[in-house]
Design a protein around this ligand. Structure first.
Ligand SMILES: *Cc1c(COP(=O)(O)O)cnc(C)c1O
Length: 344
C-alpha cells in the first residue's frame, strides 16, 4: 500500500441487494422540485494537459452552489406531517446547512442549523438569508453535531444528518443517475469528493448496480481522510484531528450508512494536499471561468494525481465539482499557493 492510495478493489461477492434498495430510492427521489440537472461539461484544457478526456459534473451550479440540496430536500420532503410541524435541526460546516435551509423554506418547515464557530461568514449568511436560524457553536464539526443532537432530543424536532442517512444518500445519488444518462459512451472512472461519505455512497450504489465496470474513486483531503482510515482499519475510526482548509469535507468519522456501501463498492480512495487543491481550483478556473471551493476541487485534484501515478492515457474520467462556496478573500491564499508551487 502506497502512502496515498488504498487499493481497495470493489468486492465482486458483495450483496447487490443493498445497492438495489438504494437505486430504487434514487430513481424515486423528487429532488427536481428544487435541484437542477447540472451539465456534464468537457474540460478541454485539462483534458489536453492530462492526455485523458476529463468531464466536469457541475454541481457548483446548483441553487445553493453545491449538491447538498439534493439530499436535504429528499429527506425533508419525506417527513410525516407531524415531523414537518415540529421542525428540523442539523449540524453542518455550511453547504448542507444551506441545503436544509432552502429545502425547509420551500416546504414551510422551521429549521435550526448548528454551525462550527469557524464557518465562513458567506455560509452563515447563506443560511440566515434563506430564513433558517444559524446557531454558532463549537470549534469544529463534532462539537456542533453534539449540540444539534441535544437540541433535537430536548425539542422533539427531527435531526437531519449531512451524510449519515439513507434518504440523504439517495438524494445525493441522483448525481450519478444524471452522469450515466449524460455519458452513455465510454466512462472509465468517476472521481468523488469525500467528507462524511454520503455523496460517494449514493454514487457508488447507483453506478455499481448499473455499470459495475466504471471505477469509483474517492478523493479526500490529506488532513481529513476519514474514509481511507476506515477502509484501512476495517471499521469507522475517529480521526484525532481534522484540517479545516477544505471546510466542506472536514469530517472526522465517515457515516455508518455510507461506510456500509463504500467498504464493498468503492474501488479506491486517494488523498490530496491543500496545495494540490489550490492547483485544481486554478485548473478548473482555466477551463470554466468558475471558482470552486477547496472541497469542490477535490475530484479534479484527485484526477491529476491519479493520472500521473497510474500513467493513464486516453481514458474518460468524470470529476464531480461539488461546490463553489468560498469566501472571496480566501482566493488570495489560493492564488499565492499556486504561484509558490509554479507547477501549473
Ligand atoms: C458535503 C460536501 C462534500 C462531501 O460530501 P459527503 O457526503 O459529506 O461525503 C464535498 N464537497 C462539498 C462542496 C460538500 O459540501
Amino acid at each position: 500500500m502506497s502512502t496515498c492510495t488504498a487499493p481497495h478493489l470493489a468486492d465482486p461477492l458483495a450483496d447487490p441487494g443493498l445497492l438495489e434498495r438504494y437505486v430504487k430510492q434514487i430513481l424515486a427521489a423528487p429532488v427536481y422540485d428544487l435541484a437542477v440537472r447540472t451539465p456534464l461539461q468537457a474540460a478541454p484544457a485539462l483534458s489536453a494537459l492530462l492526455g485523458n478526456q476529463v468531464l466536469l459534473k457541475r454541481e457548483d451550479l446548483q441553487p445553493t452552489f453545491s449538491f447538498k440540496i439534493r439530499g436535504a430536500y429528499n429527506k425533508l420532503v419525506q417527513l410525516s406531517d407531524a415531523q414537518k410541524a415540529r421542525g428540523v435541526v442539523t449540524a453542518s460546516a455550511g453547504n448542507h446547512a444551506q441545503g436544509v435551509a432552502l429545502a425547509a423554506r420551500e416546504l414551510g418547515i422551521r429549521a435550526r442549523i448548528v454551525m462550527p464557530g469557524t464557518t465562513p461568514e458567506l455560509k452563515v449568511l447563506g443560511v440566515r438569508s434563506r430564513g433558517a436560524e444559524a446557531v454558532l457553536h463549537g470549534e469544529s464539526f463534532p462539537f456542533a453535531l453534539a449540540h444539534a443532537l441535544q437540541l433535537a432530543e430536548s425539542s422533539g424536532c427531527t435531526f437531519v444528518s449531512p451524510f449519515d442517512d439513507p434518504q440523504v444518500i439517495a438524494g445525493q445519488g441522483t448525481v450519478a443517475m444524471e452522469i450515466l444518462r449524460q455519458q452513455q459512451g465510454p466512462l472509465d472512472a468517476i472521481f468523488v469528493p469525500v467528507g462524511g461519505g454520503g455523496l460517494i455512497a449514493g454514487v457508488a450504489a447507483y453506478v455499481k448496480y448499473l455499470r459495475p465496470e466504471v471505477r469509483i474513486i474517492g478523493v479526500e483531503p490529506q488532513g481529513s481522510s476519514c474514509l481511507l482510515a476506515a477502509l484501512r482499519a476495517g471499521e469507522r475510526v475517529v480521526l484525532p484531528s481534522v484540517d479545516g482548509f477544505a471546510d466542506g469535507t472536514a469530517v472526522a468519522q465517515v457515516g455508518a450508512y455510507g461506510f456500509e456501501i463504500c467498504r464493498d463498492w468503492v474501488d479506491e480512495v486517494i488523498t490530496v494536499s491543500n496545495d494540490e487543491l489550490c492547483s485544481a481550483i486554478k485548473l478548473i478556473y482555466d477551463d470554466t471561468r468558475s471558482i470552486t471551493e477547496p472541497s469542490g476541487a477535490l475530484a479534479v485534484a484527485g484526477i491529476c494525481k491519479y493520472v500521473a501515478s497510474h500513467s493513464l492515457l486516453g481514458q474518460t474520467l468524470v470529476a464531480i465539482n461539488s461546490g463553489a462556496n468560498i469566501n472571496f478573500d480566501s482566493l488570495r491564499y489560493v492564488a499565492e499557493r499556486v504561484a509558490a508551487q509554479c507547477v501549473v
